[in-house]
Design a protein around this ligand. Sequence first.
Ligand SMILES: [Ca+2]
Ligand SMILES: [Ca+2]
Length: 395
Amino acid sequence: MAYKALPFLFFVLNIHKVLTISNLVENVIQAPERSSKQYWPNIGLVRFANDVCNTQEGYRGTCVTRRQCEYIDGFQSGSCTTNGIGRCCLIQRTCGQSSQFNNTYFSSTGFPSTFNSDTSCSFTIIPCPGSCQARIDFLSFTLAQPDGNGNCIQDSMVVTGSGGNVPVICGENSGQHIYVTFVGNNSITITISTSSTADLQRSFNFLVTLIACDCPTLAPAGCLQYYTELTGTVRSFNYGTAMNGAVVQYDNATTVVGTRQLANTNYGICVNMQPGYCGIQWSQSTDSTSFTVTDNTALSEVVTGLPANPLNDGDCTTDFVVIPNPQYPNGTSVGTDRFCGNQLPTVVTYSKPFVLTTVTDASELTSPDVANRGFSLVYNQLACGNTNALLQLTG
Ligand SMILES: [Ca+2]
Ligand SMILES: [Ca+2]
């Protein structure tokens, strides 16, 4: 990550409260004291940058001195400089704590042990000078499923203080991520609440990466998720092929199978256009339920076999995705940018920036929707000059 180097050096014997290892700073280490009374300029100096390092346990750490790691209440795990002075420092925080340091892990109490109880666990991200966003990687995220309508009633993760809209999230989200935006110097708080009403072994472990305001990996406004590779898979929160065990009552009488889709979402999933690439193709993943957004998914599975029943435009008023100016792979315009139902046609678009917007309403009772899972979609960036889309590339 291209953090801008600060124009000053930290002296290890003069650490003060503004120390933030999120910035690339050089450590200047005094050599062992000499017997003579000679000081500068004859003092020995060893310099190293606060680069990212790998701890012995395979976590992401920051290369600092032993004293710096103690100061920031980190865990020293291995050496990160050839002279042995730099220590790979792991920063881990848990419920009720905060951090203003890059590469901080925020974990449930006792992680990787799980828990099954009523809890409310908050973690505060403090912006360090020059940071505008934080990327939160959900390395592990297992909470209770939403109710049959997609609302996170029993367990929830709520983010407050971000400049962007962050939906309430629950269910299974390991491998997902979000970007949050600092508003001035204000902190951002993540609160995870669980209810013992749901009998489930939960755990979570997040990696918080601070992003400098001039960093090329800063997510554009409106992008809750941001992907930078040429190809990848994006999934709605709590996407999974298994059904939600919860049910929902329709018309005060009929009981239907509940959803894994989360209610009340409206955010952008963005892809960073790489040099030499001009378009993007969106297609379903190979899972049969990889686009089940509205309508009766359970019926489609039984009667027609998924994927089935693509809907667009005026049929999509509750839950849908938006892909701007889409074309079919043969170049024919789709004529609408809004998609729902239980199938997404493969489409390409040359609209910039690359963004897929996803919207869900407050419930699943309108149609009603039955057993929706959300979506898992593959994107492929298209090289400039290649007007023929990649045909049916899936991964
Ligand atoms: Ca739905
Ligand atoms: Ca809905």
